[in-house]
Design a protein around this ligand. Sequence first.
Ligand code: C5P
Length: 247
Amino acid sequence: MTAVNARAVEPYWVVVPAAGSGKRMGADKPKQYLPLLGKPLIVHTLQNILRWPGLAGVIVAIAADDSEFGNLAEASDPRIHTVTGGAERADSVLAALEYLSTLAEPDTSVLVHDAARPLVASNDIETLIGPASAAIALLAQPASDTVKRASAENGTAVVAETLPRDQIWLAQTPQKAPLQILKDSLQAGLRENPAAITDEASALELAGYRPQLIAACRTNFKITQPADLLLAEALLTQQRTQQGEPS
Ligand code: C5P
């Protein structure tokens, strides 16, 4: 990443929720620790983050019974801090923000990025942290397929309606907001309507903010199912070949 001068970027913190169990993968360990080209998935994500220009530090939320994070080399990187996460993703993010409040000013910019997205593109990070983006913004992907809303009929899913595709975006991470605004919005959202808080933007929207959508590369998918790991391996191998690294 050479296009952005680190000194030209306002310093920001990154929060990485990594306290999930990853049940949809059906594996014997949480998905952030599944091997991807010989390294745990979360290591790829953290090594990517540690290259972002202007980074002040990273807070990783890990499960109370996590026995793996401490064994990673990244655990002793002085830029990386850990906190204990909570029952839902939003609880884990909030735990990290509460800890961050003891280290950073309330208006510090925070980027929340899933441990399970190792392939976010450096260009998209440059756009998100760059001067042209709003203070409250997220990476997202405009829908390319026709989008159907489903309803249930006789135990099967049927189309209830076709939604206007040009209004549909799929939210990714990082999602960016000032520390205090994000913390207050998540606290209020979890109090008022916890089921609706599935990302940071949903809490910010509920609090009356209108996050900016930044169109991002579709390689920034979240590893959720076993096939996603195969796809990520193929993309990482291709990236390494292009960069002349051994795969
Ligand atoms: O399960 P899902 O893919 O939506 O999780 C997204 C991210 O949130 C993952 O990195 C996961 O580890 C994290 N998470 C968390 N705390 C939870 C649940 C999920 O940090 N209680």
